[in-house]
Design a protein around this ligand. Sequence first.
Ligand code: NAG
Ligand code: NAG
Ligand code: NAG
Ligand code: NAG
Length: 550
Amino acid sequence: MQGFQSVFGIGSDMYYRHVSATICRAVNKTHTRTMVLFVVAVFVGAFISTRWIDATITSSKSTKPILTAKAVLHEPSHQNPTPPKKPSHHHQNGSRAPTQPKILKTHHKQTPQNPLLCPSENHTRTCPARGRPSPTVRSYDDVDPPSCPDYFRWIHEDLRPWKARGISKEMVERAKRTATFRVVVLDGRVYVERFKRAFQTRDVYTLWGILQLVRLYPGLVPDLELMFDCVDWPVVMSRDYGGRNASAPPPLFRYCGDEETLDIVFPDWSFWGWPEINLKPWESLLKDLKEGNERVKWMNRKPYAYWKGNPAVAPTRQDLLKCNVSERQDWNARLYAQDWISESQQGYKQSDLGSQCTHRYKIYIEGSAWSVSEKYILACNSLTLIVKPRYYDFFTRGLMPVHHYWPIREDDKCRSIKFSVNWGNSHKQKAQAIANTASNFIQEDLKMEYVYDYMFHLLNEYAELLTYKPTKPKKAVEICLESMVCPARGLEKKFMVESMVKAPKESSPCTLPPPFDPVTLRVWLRRKQNSIRQVEIWEKGAWESQNTKL
Ligand SMILES: *[C@@H]1O[C@H](CO)[C@@H](O)[C@H](O)[C@H]1NC(C)=O
Ligand SMILES: *[C@@H]1O[C@H](CO)[C@@H](O)[C@H](O)[C@H]1NC(C)=O
Ligand SMILES: *[C@@H]1O[C@H](CO)[C@@H](O)[C@H](O)[C@H]1NC(C)=O
Ligand SMILES: *[C@@H]1O[C@H](CO)[C@@H](O)[C@H](O)[C@H]1NC(C)=O
């Protein structure tokens, strides 16, 4: 399978600014190629999927449509005008759900036909009127929802800068400086004000994700207003908001952060699909990956470290290529630069994603910022070699070196990679155990359900900090299924239909774990540091003993 990892050459790796001229030129080429690919993809996709979607949307009689009209139809009940109570993650008892939960399967208001109400020619962008949905979540008196994965604790850390003062309208407005769009949720309806264009469809799929969250937990997503920046790099520098008299930082949502910034991290668009590179929504990809992992067992995989991607987006990637195998040297690395043209000619073949996992070791290296490829690499059941990253996204702070992955030095990549592969090949059980821990983490803790729950808790905690009542901005327009799906074409449409929340959830979100207490957090960070240092010491020892032998 060629097309998969290569796909991440651009990726989140798309850059917008602060890039040296050489890199810029290289990437612009990529960009152009991407556009070409995009056209190809859309053309092919349109042929396949418009037919499919039309069939889907109009089929109401078929007994087993892929996406039944009914499934699409089940809009939350709008019979009950009482405002729903906020989910109470503080006290688990009580107030979460109405005693008579609405089971949507029994509720019909619209006819099952033509559920999306897409007018055939005239693509109206207006959203049908509907009242505030009431919650569907049932409360089971005897069962507390399970606790969310540990990485959810970082939600508290990300919001800490506003914990004391709250978030005022003025702070939100200051985040507009770099924002791509503003989102306002009012009574379960989602309004968007766009400020600038985003790269490809990342803004579209981010909004789509928020819309699906509202559908998954009708009536539970609180009223809120937020600014979202779709560009790769975090921009809210913590040093600008440090002093005693400093103003509060602007709360700005984006896909990644680093140690020096205060941006609030949010799941990236690829969880709902990335049509430009034919990357399916996460839910189906996860299944492919699981099946793929069964195909070639770890022991039968090639005993080398594999990487394929676009080296042009970052100097550190060009540096990595120096570790490739050649006549003169073998650092145990097998590295490939992607070729977009041939990838597109081969149709990306990403449906066969699982068969990418053919090496015992896979390298993850950042591009211009974090890369969405990390989750696919970690899911491979190979030992992931992570070149010391600078950025984190919403889940990667839950990863522990040597437990989930093997840390690779940024400043001595080749020797570090060679050592890690030698270590793994001579500690096969341990290497496999780490590989399994990582894939289980991805399969379990990062399943789509938890991605939504992360968004849910983050937005809830965020909304709780707002010191004002959000209102609909004049220039904001409502988005809904119809306004997004109907005008979409080809793969873009296909992925939306595929990643659409088919029915509201009837169980509560997982329970948000409490914030780290400062001691626990320090212990956790120290453990992480120590694991990395331990590996560096092993590495150093190995090279020294080799040198003395020579
Ligand atoms: C929570 O539920 C328990 C047992 O169901 C009950 O004893 C307790 O009083 C409840 N607490 C609140 C705050 O409702
Ligand atoms: C779209 O539909 C509306 C209402 O059905 C109609 O008033 C309008 O003229 C149509 N526009 C086009 C371009 O067909
Ligand atoms: C903070 O502001 C007060 C009053 O404006 C001023 O007297 C004080 O010097 C400032 N402190 C710092 C550290 O800037
Ligand atoms: C790395 O080496 C392999 C084997 O010689 C070669 O096929 C591949 O193209 C090389 N990668 C790059 C980026 O040059």
